[in-house]
Write a protein that binds this ligand. Structure first.
Ligand SMILES: Nc1ncnc2c1ncn2[C@@H]1O[C@H](COP(=O)(O)OP(=O)(O)O)[C@@H](O)[C@H]1O
Ligand SMILES: O=C(CO)[C@@H](O)[C@H](O)COP(=O)(O)O
Length: 470
């Protein structure tokens, strides 16, 4: 059996899977936690990878490996390859004013949508470059190169024996890469940082970029969402909704998108096509926080939520516990609206948290449809997709068929599939372990419409969101 490995280096942890290159079946796996916080040393991710990889026999017989990594994080290297400062992560909002400045300087949101397919918000690497140049000029002076989390791990995996590489999927999240022409926009780097820096070479989707000291072929790797797309075999016409630390909704298109409202980011995927994507800062952790407040486990939260009616008795939970990126409200706090003697029940709060987190992505799917065309089903993935309540409530929030998988590390498996592609030169067809499909009833579709109306109205009343659809 030919074996390949995939790595998911995401916000909260690293996961490694070893798969049969022919079928994709996972034969071994391991994981290790990442440090908390929105500014983290990239060395800690490499340490976590090494801890997970030390599991006896894990990588035995593996012939190729690839890394899917959390997107956008700014990893700064000096001329000797040392880390200049902690990486600022995708969910670090300190560069929000820099995003506003960059949007204005280029001539507004449409100019950015035209240039690189995406309007800057604090998550994007380019805004972090500007923040660094403005806020820490002495450190900025030391920066020779900037790479993304997956680029850094790929480089370390190769024992730093080749120059850093990236792929067009992850590069498209920097906002100084134009995925329509596959070129870096050096003018935008200079605009943000004041000078040019070394950037990783953009490898082809099925390329072997180097080898580990043990002789394992290393594939290009990609962003975690792009890897999940590969792991789930995403095709045009459906969307993936991921509930990890972030919430994301993304589709696959053959042409680039350019959404000037900033809701949909015009990223590239890991196959050579495009991946329009909506991302929120508030995924699974809002559910964890709600379970904590209610003093219950995540399983109990799910059981409780399923005892409440659709609409949670009138409770509306705007899930902005970590500020928000889509819509762009970096300084927002969450809101719980509609408290009455009858609605203020633990079960309603449990369900409202799930409805709120899913609603923000249902809103995203609505806008995604405008950009990507028909979306006729949703596949759920990410840590919180294992919640029975999330799975069952999703149909009455999206009003669409919802496909769920067995417990499945879609990012790590997608990275492994890319490794198999690089090894053989053929993208293998792997079976996705689908556990079930929930088709919405007429009542679910009506509940989804009602929820969308109520949430959009509360959002409109409580926050200034000029580009709000509907
Ligand atoms: N049954 C569940 N219900 C809700 N949240 C869950 C459940 N299982 C795991 N999670 C949450 O999912 C998150 C981890 O998901 P994951 O996709 O691995 O995140 P990331 O890729 O961002 O590190 C954690 O916050 C964890 O608490
Ligand atoms: O910023 C984005 C997508 O644009 C996030 O989706 C990050 O890629 C982090 O992902 P998770 O750690 O939540 O999987």
């Amino acid at each position: 059996m030919t074996l390949v490995a995939g790595v998911d280096s995401s916000t909260q942890s690293v996961k490694i899977v070893v798969c049969d290159a022919e079928t994709g079946a996972v034969v071994r796996s391991s994981r290790a936690p990442h440090p908390e916080g929105t500014a983290v040393s990239a060395a800690a991710w490499w340490d976590a990878y090494q801890t997970a990889a030390r599991q006896p026999g894990l990588l035995e017989g593996v012939e190729a490996i690839a890394v899917g990594g959390q997107q956008h994080g700014m990893v700064t290297l000096d001329a000797d390859g040392g880390l200049v400062r902690d990486a600022l992560l995708w969910n670090d909002t300190r560069s929000a004013p820099d995003a506003t400045d960059l949007v204005d300087e280029l001539g507004g949101p449409q100019a950015w949508a035209d240039a690189v397919g995406t309007v800057p918000v604090a998550s994007m690497t380019i805004t972090k470059l500007r923040w660094l140049a403005r806020s820490e000029p002495e450190l900025a002076d030391k920066v020779a190169a900037v790479v993304l989390p997956h680029d850094y791990l790929t480089w370390e995996l190769g024992g730093r024996s080749f120059a850093p590489t990236t792929d067009r999927g992850d590069a498209s999240g920097t906002l100084y890469f134009d995925a329509a022409t596959n070129t870096y926009r050096e003018d935008l780097v200079r605009r943000a940082f004041g000078r040019m820096i070394d950037l990783p070479r953009v490898a082809a989707p099925s390329e072997v970029v180097g080898h580990t000291p043990d002789g394992i072929a290393i594939a290009a790797g990609t962003g975690d969402n792009m890897a999940a797309g590969l792991g789930l075999g995403l095709e045009a016409g459906s969307a993936v909704v991921s509930l990890g630390t972030s919430g994301t909704a993304f589709a696959r298109t053959t042409t680039p998108t350019h959404d000037p409202t900033g809701t949909v980011a015009g990223f590239a995927d890991a196959t050579g096509e495009f991946m329009p994507l909506v991302c929120t800062l508030n995924g699974a952790r809002n559910l964890v926080a709600t379970a904590d407040v209610l003093g219950v486990t995540l399983d109990e939260l799910a059981r409780l939520a399923l005892t409440a009616p659709p609409g949670s008795g009138g409770l509306v939970f705007l899930p902005f516990l970590e500020g928000e990126r889509t819509p762009s409200l970096p300084n927002a706090n969450g809101e719980l609206v509609g408290l009455t003697l009858s609605s203020m029940k633990p079960a309603n709060l449990a369900r409202a948290a799930i409805e709120g987190v899913l609603w923000s992505l249902a809103y995203g799917v609505d806008v995604l449809r405008d950009q990507a065309g028909t979306i006729s089903a949703i596949t759920l993935t990410g840590g919180a997709s294992q919640s029975e309540a999330v799975r069952r409530i999703a149909t009455s929030v999206f009003g669409l068929p919802v496909v769920v998988t067995e417990a499945f590390e879609s990012v790590a498996v997608g990275a492994a599939r890319q490794a198999a592609w690089a090894l053989s030169g053929e993208l293998p067809t792997w079976k996705v372990p689908v556990a079930g499909r929930y088709d919405p009833t007429d009542a679910d579709v009506a509940a989804a419409d009602d929820l969308m109306g109520r949430y959009t109205e509360v959002l409109r009343q409580h926050f200034d969101v000029p580009a709000l659809k509907g």
